[in-house]
Design a binder for this molecule. Structure first.
Ligand code: NDP
Length: 263
């Protein structure tokens, strides 16, 4: 029996155990997926091994620490330095990033998006901005503090703190901050969110399972919006494929993972 886990702080809200266990149970794959509340990202590697895990997902705020914890990084995670999926390959930790492709899957219904504003400059923002630029989408980033913006400047994004920001016209505004996750905060001062929402066609939040104050404002303005549930599904299917290493069919994984959202 293989054991998988998600690491995060907070982690009690995570739907990942339900999603992956629904796949394992229905497809009779001998594995179980649990959650681990990890306060210190530097302890990720030793905790992973002490639990005897075959693989893991990593959520806020440890995705950058997860990159450092791995022996080898594969694919898109190399580009962004952010890992959300770890696979134990014969005692070596292999790091991947499935968030960005999961998000691209989730915004397909918005059609041709050319111009995106990202709120926040953490691990998720890094992954999404690099993925958007790969598709020649113009990316602006706004964050409450300056420190994390240098990565995005180097990548070619237009960057602002709250002080220097003036809203332009966007196809999509995405909240990647954790504001609203365990509190009722907006990702930026109300005037900024207000002017931003008045200038966008679509809105998305990486947070799932609740109507954040940010999404509430979008709803009040009748803007088409979505929370992070489809992103969660997209990244989860890709992570599960890596966990089972080709032993299960991708469409079956998606079917049962989707079913877990009804539970
Ligand atoms: P990080 O900790 O790496 O980054 C958090 C970002 O949020 C930083 O830019 C930080 O700003 C900003 N921030 C935190 N609190 C506030 C606040 N009160 N007001 C304004 N800005 C704030 O987090 P991640 O990128 O890993 O995750 C971000 C969110 O995305 C989480 O809520 C997570 O649950 C969600 N997520 C959802 C996924 C899904 O599948 N749906 C997948 C991945 C993430 P500063 O730099 O100033 O500290």
């Amino acid at each position: 029996m293989q054991l998988f886990s998600i690491f995060g702080d907070p982690v009690s809200h995570s739907r990942s155990p339900l999603m992956h266990n629904c796949v394992f149970k229905n497809l009779k794959y001998r594995a179980c997926y649990t959650r681990t509340h990890l306060l210190d990202g530097d302890k990720l590697r030793e905790t992973f091994f002490s639990l005897g895990l075959s693989g893991a997902n990593v959520t806020v705020p440890h995705k950058e620490a997860a990159y450092d914890a791995c022996d080898e990084i594969r694919g898109f995670a190399n580009k962004v330095g952010v890992v959300n999926t770890i696979v134990n390959e014969n005692g070596k930790l292999i790091g991947y990033n499935t968030d960005a492709d999961g998000f691209m899957y989730s915004i397909e219904e918005f059609g041709d998006v050319k111009n995106i504003l990202i709120l926040g400059a953490g691990g998720t923002a890094k992954a999404l901005s690099a993925r958007f630029l790969q598709d020649n989408i113009k990316v602006d980033v706004i964050n409450r503090s300056e420190g994390r913006l240098s990565y995005f400047k180097e990548l070619g994004c237009e960057c602002h703190t709250w002080e220097s920001f003036k809203a332009k016209k966007y196809d999509l505004v995405v909240n990647t901050t954790s504001a609203g996750l365990k509190d009722e905060e907006l990702p930026a001062p109300k005037e900024i969110i207000d002017s931003t929402l008045n200038n966008t066609n679509f809105v998305a939040d990486a947070i799932y399972g609740k109507l954040t104050p940010f999404l509430k404002m979008a709803k009040e303005k009748n803007i088409t919006f979505k929370d992070g549930a489809d992103m969660l599904l997209g990244q989860g299917v890709l992570a599960n494929e890596l966990f089972v290493n080709g032993e299960l069919n991708k469409e079956d994984i998606k079917t049962y993972m989707q079913k877990s959202f009804e539970l």
